[in-house]
Write a protein that binds this ligand. Sequence first.
Ligand code: ZN
Length: 314
Amino acid sequence: METIATLDHGITRIDAGYVRPALDAFYLVVENGRAAFIDTGTSLAAPRALEALRQLGLTPDDVDYVMPTHVHLDHGGGAGALMAACPGARLVVHPRGAGHLVDPTRLIAGSREVYGASEMARLFGDIVPVAAERVIESADGMEIELAGRPLRLLHTEGHALHHYCVWDAASRGIFSGDTFGISYRELDSARGAFIFATTTPTQLDPAAWLATVDRLMALGPESVYLAHFGRVGDLERLADDLRTDLHSVRDLALAHAGAEDPRTAIRADLATHFLDRLAAHGVGMPREELLEFLEMDLDLNSQGLAVWLARQAR
Ligand SMILES: [Zn+2]
């Protein structure tokens, strides 16, 4: 899959190069020569963002907005680096995430806990702070105008409390960050795309997420632009699959309430759950290969479910 792919409606998909190809995307939207990035990838993806501009005959001065859907580092970690490169841009970020991008100290510490210190620099590079006066805090329903093209922000809880999605009426598309789950192209089968919930730490809320899926689908979208990975259609089915998955993984976690080591137990069940679903979907990759391919997601998703489960007990 190309690193920089031109879609339609002035939308370009950029592979952030995080971990492996086709894992983490962000998007460039261009209207009348003005540009907005939706998500940023990590700091290490900034050169790719600038290359995408160059390929479209644009410069960093043409960027009006940098719009991380949320401040998880594979989505918003590169915001500071990109803002430094695009002097006229404003950063549009959820009020619960804004402080973390202005002063990333806690973000870095939190991610170090999830990923481990040794992986931090290799995966994410340096997290660059953003000057507070360049920040626009999002509000639910707020419209950002990109050269007259409205980009509507929807505060969407479920995956994270600092998450917004972007409704782009021009493409009838939703830029969903992590809120419409993950669908890797390697897992496409004759049945189409395979989708699963992104239950990473630490603010997972399955009930809120189910309501969010309904709210997004009520817009009547034709496309969803996923961070992981790329544009998908067939949205009624995918929304149903995502709802079913959310119910399943919530129940799977609840079954280990009171267990001595819920995270390990949840991970084992989650692996079985994935393999069962993938087999039913007709994905041909051998079992060992699938477990290796999904290793990071199994680690993070089981961790997020365990954190959610611990919160239920309080
Ligand atoms: Zn996320």
